[in-house]
Structure formats: C-alpha cells, structure tokens
Design a protein around this ligand. Structure first.
Ligand code: WTA
Length: 647
C-alpha cells in the first residue's frame, strides 16, 4: 500500500459539486434512509408517470427480487435527448474523434435526436418493438450511440458485442438473447487497420444455432465491398433516409429492460447481465455527475469502448442524461504514435479524462516526452477504471498527465453494478494512490471471511455490498437461477462481488482482485473456463487449465497449461496454432501469453484441478506451493516446474 496521501486541492474543493461535509451528510442519509434519499434523487431524470414507491428489494436467496421506482414510467432516450433540446439543442452532445487524426465530427443534441428518431423508425419498420433484442456489433462510431438510443426510444433491448470479439463469440451471444436484428458496419478502423466486421457478422449469422435474426443492418464506414444477402441485409444510411425523423418515445416501465451485456463469470458461458431503465439511468447519471464533478460546459472523455459497461454508463447514458459533451474515440492510444491520447485532449480541450490502468502503463513505458508534446492545461479531473491501478502508474498519471493538480478518481465497479460503487469524489476525498477509497451514496460495502462472518475495522476480506442500489443488475438474461446462484448464494443477504478487498484504518477500500476464476487482462474480464473450453475444443487437445499471471502492462496475462491427446507431438507450430485458435474462438484479447505443455495436471483424488498450484508455478513462486499431499500424483508438479515458460 502506498503511503502518500493527496489532500483535495483548494480550488477543486471550492468549485466542486460535493465537498467533504456534503459527502458525509449525504452518505449518512443515503444509508439511514435509502427510500428518502433515492426518492429525492430519482427526480433528477424525467418521468412520464412519476413513481410512488422507491425501493422494493429482497436479498433472500429463496425469494429474491430487486425493484426500484417500480410504478414509474419513462423513456431513456427522451431523457438523453428530448429534454435537452430546448436549452441545449445546439450544444455538442458527441465529439467524434476518428482513428485518423484528421477526422472529427461534432454532433449536436438536435442532430443526435434526429438521427436517433430516424433510426428508431427504421428499426420499427423492420418489426422491432418493445422487448425485442437487437445486437450491436459496431466500432466506436457515432452510429453505435445512435443505435443504443434508438433501441431505448422504442423499448427494444440492446446487447452490444465488442467489435474485437470473434464470429463464434458473436454467434453465442446472438443466439442466447434471440436477437431479431443485428447492426454492424462494413469494416471497423483501429490503428490504421481494417477489421472485417461485416464478414464476421456473416459468419456468425451462418451458425446453425442462430435462427432468430431477420435483418442485418450495415453501417458504411470504410466503403469496402462486402458480401450482400438481399433478403436479409439493409444499409443503415438507406434505412435512415427512408425513415421519418419524427418518432415519439415509447413509454416504458422503470423495471423494463434497457440492455443486456454479456460478461465472463467463473463458468464457461458468458452471462447476459440485464439492466433495467429507471434505476439504471438515475444511478448512471448521478454517478457521472458527482464522481467526475461534471459541470455544465465541461468536455468529458471516457476512452472505453461501448462494447463494455464503462462505455454504456459513462460514454452514453450517464453523460447524455446529464446534457454533457461526451467524446467518442474510434482509435487506439498508440496510433499514429504514443502521444495520441494527449493530442486529442489538447485538440478538444478535454476537461475530464477517464481511462484504464493498462493504457496508462503502456503509455508510461513510452516515456513522458509523448505527454509533454501536448498542452494538457484544460484537464481538471482524471479517472481510472477496470482493474487495480498500481501506485507507480497512479503517480505517473498524477504527475505527468495531471501536472499534480488534477484529482484521480479510481472508480471501482462492475458490469453487474451498472455504475461506480467505490470511488473518490474530487472535491470530497483525499486520495491514496492505489485505493478506490470510499463508497458512493447508498453503497454499503462489507468484508466477509470465507465462512460469511462480517469482519470489522482494518482487514482483508471478500467484498460484498449489503443492500441494493438503483443501478444494480436485475437478472441474468434467461437464467434467473444463475443470477441467484452467482451473486446471492455464497453469502446470505448480500450481493457477492467476486472481488477481494482490504479496508485500512481510514475506512478506505483497496481492491485486491478477483477471488474467483475470473482474470482481468488489460481491464477485460475473462473467465479462465472460457479460455479452457476454447482450447479443449481443438481436436488435438485433451485437457487445459488456464490461470492469470502478473503482467507489467496488462495487469494480468493468460497462462495456459495444455495436455495433448496421447498421439500428438508438442511442437512449436502447434503452440502457435493453439494461440491462434483461441483468438479465433474468442477474440484477440483472449490470446494466451504463455502456453506450457503439461503431460499431466495437478489434481486431487476426486479429479479437481488444483489451480492454486498452477497459479504459483506460472508466477514463478513454485517454492511456495503449500500442501501438495492431497494430489493424486504429486510427481506431475515437478514436471510442471521444470518445464515452466520463461516470463
Ligand atoms: C475489476 C468494469 C480495482 C474488478 C467497470 C471488478 C477494478 C471487475 C476496478 C469488473 C478498480 C474494475 N480497481 N479493480 N477501479 N474497476 N475492477 O465487469 O475485479 O468489466 O470485479 O466492469 O474489474 O469488470 P467489468
């Protein structure tokens, strides 16, 4: 743990929306009187029919339900667009910064409203209505936001699949949610390289399990020739041109679904995390305003992809509900060179910049000369998300990007939580590098031992959240039982996060990482079981076990132990082939960094793989293996140690 403490700078405290005393008072009220607190703050969004009840929640695993504002009705897109038109019609809603640095576009609220209405009507004309699922498989272009808002406008449920995912991964998600329409583009553009999204989508839709899709909408991004299925494929621009710009928002219930987003868990199949409309929007907009201390006129940039929850809550829904100017970046931090992030900050005079530790570490390695090339004087607040930020990267970010006068908000949250749960507030919280610090309003964290006893004071433990908040996920799409099992059965009467944390003497939280078989590679969540099932799907592989290993840039890398079928030779070519195979099955983010041939895996007598041992060997900590006496064949361990991969 880092010893440095950075007090709230005076000028930030003076102008901040929330200072220390306000934080204390509001936090106290939010915990003591959640009904009153959220009843009041629910009014920050526009309701068609106001709610008369606020919270209706039971965390009892035998009778579990989570409902917020349940008799209120609203429309999410109207909250993000229509209600701003009078005052901010001509204000920029989205700044689009292309992969190519000479391309940028400013989209006003009025323009975004019109584009959304047209596309919403186009979707309607394809037969999409309330409750239907629409999969969005797009690069980071404005049409991705338009597609999300258009779904919200007509009460359809969107499910975004990250553009870096493979056709196989896309197919699995389309099949699971039964999407009627899929939206993609001819190609994506990242770092000067084209990504064949339409071709991937064609391949995904040809999977035998995918039966629900009626239309594939294609945005023209690069103009590349693409294969065309006349009966199914529709050009986005043609559909929009033919549609009316007048589309009244559909009234939905607070608890009607807004989106499903697939995320990895400890078992093989990704879960469809379902978020609903009212509570989610209240929570996303409120956290966006307070955590980033968003003031009218600020230029705000979150570098995430809309394929992840961070993009949902903090590029699109939170900022737009707040009438903010939000920047969408199509490219990568290293293109055309390592100063790109900083050049974009200078070009658009960004005030609030939110990125991931893995990006900071990668840029830190390039040296601060790239940062110095740009004028970063517009920056006021910096943010971090996705994984624990190591104090060294924090200090570099603080010093070289923030010039020692921008507070860093290290925001801890999850796809499941809908919004930020633990984070500093710039005007209220003294910072400690590496700590996500204190809970947001309404969030009551707890630390439990493995038996479920609550631990008090400064301690380490399993991080749980003791009561509900409006932005919480409501279910796993199509599998409510799995929702209960995953989040409410390990410990009674609390939401289990799957993370471990330490609380210090000041009550600050330090997230220590996952306590389950989920690894975090460059801020991307991955179930080790997913990578394992991809490996064993290869005809030459008999068995595989995957663990995370410390990695300088990615935070965690992927280390795979592979047992081949008896008649297969472990060759270098096969190693390369297997790494490629995983890329193809899941996507480049799942490529194993290390792949070790292992004639046997350490198993208990009941056949359970002892991952603890595999983790230690991968991390070169094989002198601390602990008790191996329960292994069926302790001999395999020596072989694994002798043949471990050099890191
Ligand atoms: C990790 C991303 C430490 C954590 C919003 C969590 C973090 C998982 C932080 C969720 C942080 C996210 N400090 N760890 N500031 N933010 N994590 O669902 O392990 O993609 O459980 O949501 O990322 O990842 P997810």
């Amino acid at each position: 743990m880092s010893a440095n403490v950075y007090p709230v700078p005076d000028d930030i405290a003076k102008n901040a929306l929330i200072d220390k005393s306000k934080y204390d008072a509001m936090y106290k009220q939010s915990i003591e009187d959640p009904e009153g607190f959220w009843g009041e703050h629910g009014k920050r969004i526009d309701w068609i029919k106001p709610y008369s009840t606020v919270k209706n929640v039971s965390y009892d695993a035998n009778d579990l339900y989570i409902k917020w504002y349940e008799d209120g009705t609203l429309n999410v897109s109207a909250n993000c667009l229509d209600r701003h038109l009078e005052k901010r019609g001509d204000q920029t809603a989205i700044i689009f910064e292309g992969d190519d640095p000479s391309v940028s576009e400013y989209i006003t609220y009025r323009d975004l409203h019109e584009r959304t209405c047209r596309f919403a009507n186009a979707l309607k004309s394809m037969g999409v209505g309330k409750g239907d699922r629409v999969v969005i498989y797009l690069p980071m272009i404005p049409e991705a936001s338009v597609a999300m808002l258009a779904c919200a406008r007509i009460g359809a449920i969107h499910s975004i699949v990250f553009g870096g995912f493979s056709p196989e991964a896309l197919a699995g998600r389309v099949e699971d949610c039964g999407a009627k329409v899929v939206i993609t583009s001819d190609e994506g553009l990242r770092g000067g390289r084209a990504v064949p999204l339409k071709r991937n989508a064609d391949e995904a839709l040809s999977h035998p399990g995918v039966k629900s899709v009626e239309k594939l909408v294609v945005v023209k991004r690069t103009g590349k020739d693409v294969a065309w299925n006349d009966a199914r494929d529709v050009w986005y621009h043609e559909a929009c041109a033919a549609a009316s710009p007048d589309c009244p928002p559909t009234e939905v219930n607070a608890e009607d679904p807004l989106f499903v987003l697939y995320t990895s868990g400890s078992t093989g199949k990704p879960k469809g995390v379902l978020h609903t409309s009212g509570g989610y929007l209240v929570y996303a907009s409120m956290t966006h305003e307070y955590v980033f201390d968003y003031h009218d006129g600020d230029i705000y940039w979150c570098t995430a992809d809309v394929g992840w929850v961070t993009g949902h809550s903090y590029i699109v829904y939170g900022p737009l509900a707040n009438g903010a100017t939000t920047l969408m970046f199509e490219g990568v931090p290293s293109y055309p060179d390592a100063s790109r992030f900083w050049q974009v900050c200078e070009k658009h005079k960004v005030n609030i910049f939110y990125t991931a530790p893995t990006a900071i570490r990668a840029l830190m390695r390039e040296g601060e000369s790239w940062v110095k090339k740009a004028d970063l004087s517009s920056l006021r607040i910096l943010g971090s998300v996705g994984e624990p930020i190591n104090p060294e990267a924090w200090e570099w970010y603080y010093e070289h990007v923030g010039n020692r006068n921008c507070p860093i908000v290290d925001t801890w949250w999850q796809t499941e939580t809908g919004g930020i749960l633990i984070s500093p507030l710039p005007g209220a919280t003294d910072l400690k590098p590496g700590s996500a610090t204190l809970p947001f309003f309404g969030i009551e964290p707890g630390l439990l031992d493995n038996e479920g006893n609550e631990l008090t004071g400064a301690t380490d433990g399993n991080l749980v959240i003791k009561d509900s908040w409006p932005g919480q996920m409501r279910t796993v799409y199509g599998d409510h039982e799995r929702f209960i099992q995953t989040y409410f059965s390990t410990f009674a009467n609390a939401y289990t996060t799957g993370d471990g944390a330490r609380r210090d003497d000041d009550g600050y939280y330090w997230i220590t990482g996952r306590v389950d078989d989920v690894i975090n590679v460059s801020g991307h969540r991955m179930g080790t079981a997913e990578v394992e099932s991809a490996l064993v799907a290869h005809p030459k592989v008999a068995e595989a076990a995957v663990v995370g290993v410390p990695h300088d840039i990615k935070g965690q890398g992927i280390y795979a132990y592979v047992t081949l079928n008896a008649d297969e030779e472990p060759t270098e070519e096969l190693r390369v082939e297997l790494v490629k195979w995983v890329r193809k099955e899941i996507g480049p983010i799942a490529s194993p960094d290390y792949l070790q041939w292992s004639p046997g895996l350490p198993k208990t007598r009941s056949g359970k793989i002892m991952r603890r041992i595999l983790r230690k060997i991968a991390a070169n900590e094989y002198d601390q293996l602990g008790d191996t006496s329960t292994l069926a064949d302790p001999g395999v361990v020596d072989d694994l140690i002798d043949n471990r991969q050099n890191r």
